[in-house]
Design a binder for this molecule. Structure first.
Ligand code: PLP
Length: 396
């Protein structure tokens, strides 16, 4: 028999503790291997309906529209901005990290006039600055912020921002890529009009889908567009004709196995329960931070607004941060992330997202860091990280 020129893949079973992807449950991996169905098969359409219903539950959305966009989180971001904005509209965008910058960049590509409200990376955005910015504009179509800024680990409070946007009849768009499934998003209760996420962070599915959700108010805004969006692939008016209603109109072939995986991941989220899941992320985030500080490391974000699913750690002066990440990967089989944008080389980003957020993972990582840091010139107190984290885990 002729030999295939390349060997069958055997990727290492890494512990994924970076900014995403996170590890997935074996049930989710098994879902990927189930038999394919055609995109108009009634069995498949029933699966799509269940995914829509589960997404509404996870987003805390009544009415409106929820569906997964084919593509990663960036596709959801682009779908949101391309559908909500028209040339000449004004958007006020919060920028306190890499993904806020990306929101502003993509909004400008829609021909919108973009006004940014800025804060230092690692600090929270001030609602009063939004109020002031909105006061200075004639008519603002959209206010947009990142909920959990994965470049820094800041969790942005949203309620007051929603009230400020709605006072001026603007819509609130929220990047929930890292928050959904790990921290409360509660669209209706919070007053969010459009949110997008990604499957590979706290939802516990592989990358490749971007679940989005729209309030009734956002749907009305889409209906009032003067012209269709320049993007055809991400045009929500067209996508909706396939995802909803009795006459499913072909738009594009959906990535069937990824949708199976998302279905199973959402079942796992709802089996655990949203409140229990948020508490789990909180508990493990707290334990990690306690352990890192006990090792003598400093964190970028103050405790009062840090997000539990991503912790940015300041790299000690003079330490070769990329080499340490390499050693973690090669010797301990653990992935963590480096810094993005202006924090490149200055922080490590440790993710505890979805299935990856476990007590065992916190302890394994702290033990590995304790073993490696001295070799990179940073002395650590023996056993301090693991015992501080254990104490925190034991607290009720
Ligand atoms: C990961 C991430 C994105 C981009 O998602 P991709 O799946 O990489 O396209 C956008 N926003 C935030 C906050 C993220 O963490």
């Amino acid at each position: 028999m002729p030999q295939a020129p390349y060997a069958e893949l055997s990727p290492s079973p890494r512990l994924l503790l970076g900014p995403g992807p996170s590890n997935v449950h074996p049930r989710v991996l098994r879902a990927l291997g189930k038999p394919l169905l055609g995109y108009l098969d009634p069995e498949f359409l029933a699966i799509l309906d269940e995914i829509g219903a589960m997404l509404r539950a996870v987003y805390g959305l009544d009415g409106g529209l929820a569906l997964p966009i084919s593509g990663t989180g960036g596709a959801g971001m682009e779908a949101a901005l391309a559908n909500l904005l028209e040339p000449g509209d004004t958007a006020v965008i919060g920028v306190n990290g890499f993904f806020g910058e990306r929101l502003a960049l993509i909004a400008a590509r829609q021909g919108a006039s973009v006004v940014t409200v800025n804060a230092e990376w690692g600090r929270v955005l001030d609602p009063e600055a939004f109020r002031e910015s909105l006061r200075r504009q004639d008519r603002v179509k959209l206010v947009a912020v990142v909920h959990a800024e994965t470049s820094t680990g800041v969790l942005q409070p949203l309620r007051e921002l929603a009230a400020i946007a709605h006072e001026r009849e603007a819509l609130l768009l929220v990047d929930a890529v890292t928050s959904l499934g790990g921290s409360p998003v509660s669209m209706n209760e919070t007053g969010i009009d459009f949110a997008y996420s990604a499957t590979q962070k706290c939802l516990g599915a592989p990358p490749g889908l971007s679940p989005i959700a729209l309030s009734e108010r956002a749907l009305e805004a889409l209906a009032q567009r003067r012209q269709p969006p320049a993007t055809w692939y991400l045009d929500l008016a067209l996508l909706r004709q396939y995802w909803e209603g009795p006459n499913r109109v072909y738009h594009h072939t959906p990535p069937v196995p990824l949708l199976y995986a998302l279905h199973e991941a959402l079942r796992l989220v709802l089996e655990e329960g949203l409140e229990a899941r948020f508490a789990r992320h909180q508990r493990h985030g707290r334990a990690l931070r306690a352990g890192l500080e006990a090792l003598g490391l400093r964190l970028l974000v103050p405790e009062s607004y840090c997000t539990p699913q991503l912790t940015a750690v300041l790299v000690p002066e003079g330490l070769d941060e990329a080499a340490l990440r390499g050693a973690l990967r090669e010797e301990h089989n653990i992935e963590i992330g480096g810094g993005l944008g202006q924090l490149r080389g200055r922080v490590w980003r440790i993710g505890l997202m979805g299935e990856s957020s476990t007590a065992a993972n916190v302890l394994v990582l702290l033990a590995a860091l304790e073993a490696l840091l001295p070799r990179f010139g940073f002395e650590v107190p023996h056993g301090a990280g693991v015992s501080a984290a254990s104490r925190e885990l034991g607290r009720r």
